[in-house]
Ligand binder design. Structure first.
Ligand SMILES: [Fe+2]
Length: 601
């Protein structure tokens, strides 16, 4: 069967194609439209998926949308009516959004693709998250946990999945926590309170948490109550997201935590307010972890299963994931590379294949590389036309050239094969640098990423060497496969890994097996031969405010615009020319005029 999965209309739209039970391709719309977190109907992603599989829409057996839009409409309507008249401002906004796109999804899909409406099916939002986590993990039986902001009504679900010997698949989400009680919305309220962008900057709260102490945990526990059965409830008086689209926290929230931070105020960790904000971040982070560990530990006891599959946007929280692994009693915790809503496109397609159409069980390849493939020859052509030095080397020579540059303290743009599905660069669209020098980190921040200083960069290490540099618990390497866990850097290595060690001594490390990205693995070894430490700083290949680069030309224009020293796509290598020496002081206006004249000629 050929099944197209779609997620859209909230944030970060995506499409994924599953053929005969196995993913063929998947991509977020933003990677093609070049609009960050593009939430529009993913026309480009769908077209690319069909093109790359050589399919026409009429060749599809089914198109699956990742949530039930009528149920979501029901939630928005019910919530607005319950809060009326306080919700009168947000109500028209919500209805316009919902009526405009979300409810009429079947018609939108049918008209875009020109397929009969009967071919369009829907999954529950959290079933899509659960399938994205369970059906892509190398396990046959597992407990399942999903947590996000909100889907239709559910915000957190628990259950279990089984891939049976007879080829059938079972997946049951037995219990759920419903809107407005939501760990994702709790975290988002603090994200907004701390002056960051909701649905985009949640990881900044996690980065800031390392600078604070959880001194405000008692206050956070006043806004979220843990119930006797392990579930939780937000106390409505502290929140506004159910009544207005303008602000997610209430004046009582401000009474409890103090004045909020404005987005444009710098965070000065030396000031009293700066420390309060860091303490707020540390406190909500700590409470989030406590609640998740409690739920996961209960799930472990109830199911008796040693594996946990964890999906939903909250599963991007690497600190919480590491604590679940350490404290909830599971041997292994699987978080997919795209646990958020974009990943639901793939989850929905797999769910429909296994559970709706009852197709036989299949192993899903255990990697994140489902997007467009980079063309090294395209890079070489573009660079040559632009008058840059370009070398088309052998595979091995291009790796050695990149390792030389990295060992010399240069920043390397690294493009390889198919791009990653999900928010993280896992070695195919990465900016790489030496891990020891804080000056490199500062240059990356200043010239390219323009990030806040408190945000750490992550390391990548070959699986064989990971334990030497990082304090990984049993199961830690698996969690670190897709950068889903934060673990301590071994104290003796922190000085030599200073650019990738967070202020609290931790790192969101990627543990790389050779088979997943052989060229990056070889590069790490080549760098290790030069420096003695086979670890690199690895951050996503994009500049501030833009999506991660996809095609060679995007990599090249990014390279030309900012301070990347060397660009590698496949085995094509472009090296930035050293700046021309400044002209001698005595050269006057006449000589610069002659330069201008010769340029015109
Ligand atoms: Fe979600």
């Amino acid at each position: 069967m050929k099944i197209l999965g779609i997620s859209a209309h909230y944030h970060d739209s995506a499409a994924a194609l599953v053929v005969d039970g196995v993913p063929v391709c998947a991509v977020q719309e933003e990677r093609l439209s070049r609009r960050k977190n593009d939430a529009g109907f993913p026309v480009g992603a769908i077209e690319w998926c069909l093109d790359s599989a050589g399919l026409e829409p009429s060749g599809l057996d089914a198109v699956v949308f990742y949530e039930r839009s009528m149920l979501k409409f029901d939630r928005i309507l019910t919530t607005a009516l319950r809060a009326f008249p306080r919700s009168w401002r947000s109500f028209p906004h919500a209805i316009k959004n919902t009526l405009g796109e979300k409810v009429w999804v079947r018609g939108i899909i049918a008209s875009h693709l020109g397929i009969p409406r009967q071919k369009i099916v829907f999954t529950d939002h959290h079933a899509s998250h659960a399938a994205a986590a369970f059906l892509t993990a190398p396990t046959r039986r597992a407990a399942i946990l999903t947590a996000d902001g909100v889907g239709e009504w559910a915000t957190l679900t628990i259950g279990r999945g089984e891939r049976r010997a007879d080829g059938s698949t079972a997946m049951a989400l037995d219990r759920e926590v419903r809107f407005p009680h939501s760990l994702g919305l709790l975290y988002s309220a603090f994200t907004a309170y701390l002056g960051f962008k909701v649905n985009e900057d949640e990881y900044k709260v996690m980065g800031l948490a390392a600078y604070g102490r959880p001194t405000l945990k008692e206050q956070v526990r006043q806004v979220i109550r843990v119930l006797p059965d392990g579930a939780f409830a937000l106390v409505p008086a502290f929140f506004e997201f159910q009544t207005t689209a303008d602000c997610s926290y209430s004046s009582r929230f401000v009474d409890l935590f103090g004045p909020p931070r404005h987005a444009y105020d710098p965070i000065d960790l030396e000031s009293e307010d700066g420390r309060r904000f860091a303490d707020c971040a540390a406190s909500v982070q700590s409470v989030l972890e406590d609640v998740l560990v409690g739920i996961a530990a209960r799930l472990r006891r109830e199911t008796g299963l040693p594996d946990l599959c964890f999906g939903g946007g909250v599963a991007l929280n690497g600190l919480a994931n590491a604590r679940i692994l350490a404290e909830a009693g599971f041997d292994r915790v699987f978080v997919p590379p795209a646990p958020g809503d974009a990943g639901c496109a793939l989850g929905a397609a797999l769910y429909a294949d296994r559970l709706y159409f009852r197709q036989p069980d299949r192993d899903v390849p255990d990697h994140p590389f489902w997007g467009p493939v980079v063309d090294g020859a395209q890079l070489a052509r573009a660079a040559r036309e632009d008058g840059q030095d370009v070398e088309e080397l052998s595979d091995a020579a291009s790796i050695e050239r990149a390792a030389d540059a990295l060992a010399a303290g240069r920043i390397v743009g690294w493009m390889e094969g198919a791009c990653e599905f999900g928010p993280r660069a896992l070695g195919h669209r990465s900016l790489l640098a030496a891990p020891h020098d804080p000056a490199v980190r500062e240059r990356l921040n200043r010239d390219i990423k323009r990030r806040e200083e408190f945000r750490p960069f992550a390391p990548v290490v070959p699986a064989e060497a990971a334990d030497r540099y990082f304090d990984l618990p049993a199961g830690g390497a698996r969690l670190a496969r897709y950068m889903s866990g934060v673990f301590p850097v071994r104290p003796e290595w922190r000085p030599r890994l200073a650019a990738v060690t967070h202020v609290d001594g931790s790192a969101r490390v990627q543990v790389l097996e050779r088979g997943m990205a052989p060229r990056l693995h070889a590069l790490l070894e080549a760098f290790g031969r030069r420096t003695g430490v086979p670890v690199l700083l690895n951050t996503s290949f994009n500049v501030a405010g833009e999506p991660i680069v996809t095609a060679a030309l995007e990599g090249y224009t990014t390279f030309r615009r900012c301070g990347i020293d060397v660009l590698v796509a496949g085995s094509s290598v472009v090296t930035r020319r050293a700046a021309a020496p400044a002209p001698p002081k005595e050269s006057g206006a006449w000589s610069s005029n002659s330069v201008a004249a010769s340029t015109i000629a």
